[in-house]
Structure formats: C-alpha cells, structure tokens
Design a protein around this ligand. Structure first.
Ligand SMILES: *Cc1c(COP(=O)(O)O)cnc(C)c1O
Length: 426
C-alpha cells in the first residue's frame, strides 16, 4: 500500500504491509522456503553486502515476515520491523543489539515476569547489569540509576499483570536529557490504543502472541525501530559509531535505519531467533482485525470492571477505566481510547474461595494465556506463583486472593452473567 501516512490506524490494520502486483495473491502467501534462487553470483553478493534488497535465506528475512513487519511498523509509525520467534526473543535481541559486558540497563520493576527474569537474572550472567525502578518513582530517583554505561531505559505501556500504566512524559524527558534510548513493550496496549513512538519512545517491542495475533494461534515477537534517535557521535553507542568488522566495516550510525539494520545484520544472523512464516501469516491475519477487536476488548473490560467493583463479594478491582484507580489519570492521557482487556481483582475471604470461584465458571476458562478473543482467568497463588510463600507473593504485588482476568470479545452480558453465577457459589 502506498501513502501509508495519509490513512487512519484502523485502515492501516486492514491494508498496510502488503500490496499485490497484478495476478498475485490478495493476501500474503506463506512463503515456506528456507532459501531463494539467484541467477548470478553478483546479484547474490549484493544482497549479502546489503547493497540491494532481496531474500536469500529465511533465517535473515522472508517475504511473509516482511508483510507483517511492514504492517506493524506502519501501525506504530516506525521505520522498520523485525519479526522474532517470541516476545522473549524480541526483548533479548533488542538488549543484545545494544549491550555488552560492563553495560547496564534501567528497567521498570512492573513488567512481565519472563522479561523480569531475562533482564534481572539472565543478562547479569552475561555481565549486563539491570537496575530496576518502580514506575511511580520520581524522575530524579530514576535519573540517579543512569550513568555513562546505561544503554536503555525500559517499561511496559500497560504492565502485565500489575496493570500499571507507564508515565511516558516522565520517562521520555529523563531519556532525552541523558541521550539514552527509551524502549517500550506495547504488547497489552497495541498501537491501536497507544503509540509509544509518538510519546518519546525510540524502539517498541511486542509479544505478538497476545493481541496482535489475538486468537492464541501463533507465538511471536516484533521489534520496531522508531528511526527517531541520533546514534551518530553519541558516546553511549560506540558500536554504532565504529566499523563492524563482521560486516565489511559498516558503520550503523551512518545508515537511515541504524538500530534495525544492526539488530538484523548481527543478532538475527547470529542468534537466529526469527519468526516462522506460518506464524507470521497467522499474525498478519490477526492484525487485520486488531482495531475492531481492541475496541470490543476495551468496552467489555470497562463494563466487567464496573460490575466487579460494585459486587459485595469482591475486595478490590484493578483496571485503569475505574475512576478511583491510581493510574486513571495516566490512562486518560495516554490511552484515551481504552485501557485493554486485562484486569485483576481480589475475592473477599480465604484463598479457597478463589478456587471455588474459578471452578464454578462455565464460559470463562482457566489458562496461562492472556489477550486473545476468549475470556480467561488465572489464579497465580495456585498456579504460576505457587512455589512462593504468602509473604513473597505480597512483595511481588500478587496477593493470595488475586484473580487475573483477560476479558475477551464475547457478548459482555454473557461474561458478566458467568462471573455473577460463579460468585454466587463462593
Ligand atoms: C507474554 C508477554 C511477553 C513474552 O512473550 P512470549 O511471546 O510469550 O515470549 C513479553 N511481554 C509481555 C508484556 C507479555 O505479555
């Protein structure tokens, strides 16, 4: 599609990323081929040298992935997308494109558990130090964590599972002042509800396994380069300013897409954690309906949150649509179209009551997944967090009576009726 800038986001969901030529398939084909044909050595050599665009091996690039990458980059307003094998690999490849031993990263403590472990436990084993801050901390406190070895600041637009909303204004100002990259995981908001690049972020990462695919059909991740950061001459990023000897002396800071090129040319090449074509195809189809689905997830979730907040058996509800939620003001500023389908709530009384409630649900199912079309619940105390003591769970911000609910796109009255009948049994 041409002139992507002139269209609204819901149009881009449907149309961006792929435009067939005469006689070609209307939607992207699953290009199930590891390699590609070239008639001459020179044509292939030019591809290897990044002098011409072209596919030569599906560990580096593939047309089905390119369609999804183009669509998601257009949605976020970025200059390049890189489809990865999972959300976790998107975070890892991003970090390793920017950091080496002796470097550090400054990270919100309210993030997805897997990313928390990757940044807090696994990267330190490679000599990359992780400094956590609470997203509510004042700017001065966060700034104190930044030194000349800091390579990026990281947070989630809507944090999974704490549902904390990121204060973009505060973090963007800190990052700008120190000339450091601001990276945001936009998985649970998606570009439909919030575009981090418009709010001062420089790179966006995704687990596409959630709303982007939206049907719980395909695992995947995406990295989007905003193309809005100057690496040239910035002493924080020597690897962008020195020639890459593994790439014929290429200087990434001189390129129009510096981060995206370095990430693909080095990290995708060396680590190989690229998305499978079939998963890219399924996720591409998912994105076609992303705007419509997000609208319904949001309106359903707001209704469900209001129902739960007024229920006598419910202790508390966390969803930024509720006026008394501590992140309501931030949500109004940064996610005015809606706050997504994820929420958590506490059931009054003993932990056993949570199990009784979960088992009484008929429509809503128990799953470890979130953010697909079907409503689902999880009780961390008896599943994902069962190895922790009650005390450690409180510290992790996950009280014993917490139930996580991912509101789907079913009829809202059916979702509420199911919750109501299960609460009657408690
Ligand atoms: C699920 C999730 C991830 C990890 O993604 P996978 O695709 O499961 O590897 C990262 N960030 C957030 C916010 C998530 O919800």
């Amino acid at each position: 599609m041409n002139n992507e800038k002139k269209y609204q986001l819901d149009t881009l969901c449907v149309q961006a990323g792929y435009s067939p030529k005469t006689g070609e398939s209307r939607i992207p084909q699953v290009c199930q081929s590891t390699t590609f044909y070239y008639g001459s050595t020179k044509a292939m050599a030019d591809c290897f040298d990044l002098k011409s665009d072209g596919y030569f091996y599906s560990r580096l690039a593939n047309p089905t992935l390119a369609a999804l990458e183009g669509k998601m980059a257009a949605l976020e307003g970025g200059v390049c997308g890189i489809a990865c094998s999972s959300g976790m690999s998107a975070a890892l490849l991003t970090a390793l494109t920017l950091c080496g031993t002796g470097d550090n990263i400054v990270v919100s403590s309210c993030i997805y558990g897997g990313t928390f472990n990757l940044f807090g436990t696994t990267l330190p084993k490679l000599g990359i130090e992780c400094r956590f801050f609470h997203p509510d901390a004042p700017a001065e406190e966060i700034e104190k964590l930044i030194d000349d070895k800091t390579r990026f600041v990281f947070g989630e637009t809507v944090a999974n599972p704490s549902i904390v909303i990121l204060d973009f204004g505060k973090l963007a100002a800190v990052c700008k002042k120190h000339g450091v990259l601001f990276i945001v995981d936009n998985t649970l908001a998606t570009a439909v509800l919030c575009r981090p690049l418009d709010l001062g972020a420089n790179i966006v990462v995704y687990s596409t396994s959630k709303y982007a695919d939206g049907h719980a059909a395909a695992l995947g991740g995406m990295i989007i380069d905003g193309g809005n950061f100057t690496y040239k001459g910035n002493p924080r990023y020597p690897h962008f300013n020195e020639p890459d000897e593994s790439y014929h002396g290429l200087v990434y800071a001189d390129l129009p897409v510096a981060f995206g090129t370095k990430c693909r040319a080095q990290m995708i090449r060396d680590l190989g954690a690229i998305m499978a074509p079939q998963n890219a195809f399924l996720t591409f189809l998912g994105c076609d309906t992303l705007a419509l689905r997000m609208e319904r997830h949001c309106s359903n979730a707001a209704k469900v949150a209001a129902f739960l907040a007024n229920h006598p058996k419910i202790d508390w509800v966390k969803h930024a649509s509720l006026p008394d939620n501590p992140y309501h003001a931030l949500a109004e500023k940064y996610l005015p179209k809606g706050q997504g389908g994820m929420m958590s709530f506490g059931i009054k009384g003993s932990v056993e009551k949570c199990a009784t409630f979960m088992e009484a649900l008929q429509l809503i199912t128990q799953e470890t997944h979130v953010a697909d079309v079907r409503s689902c619940v999880l009780h961390p105390a008896s599943t994902t967090h069962r190895q922790l003591s009650a005390e450690d769970m409180e510290k992790a911000g996950v009280p014993q009576n917490l139930v996580r609910l991912s509101v789907g796109i079913e009829n809202p009255n059916d979702i509420i009726a199911d919750l109501a009948q299960a609460l009657e049994k408690v």
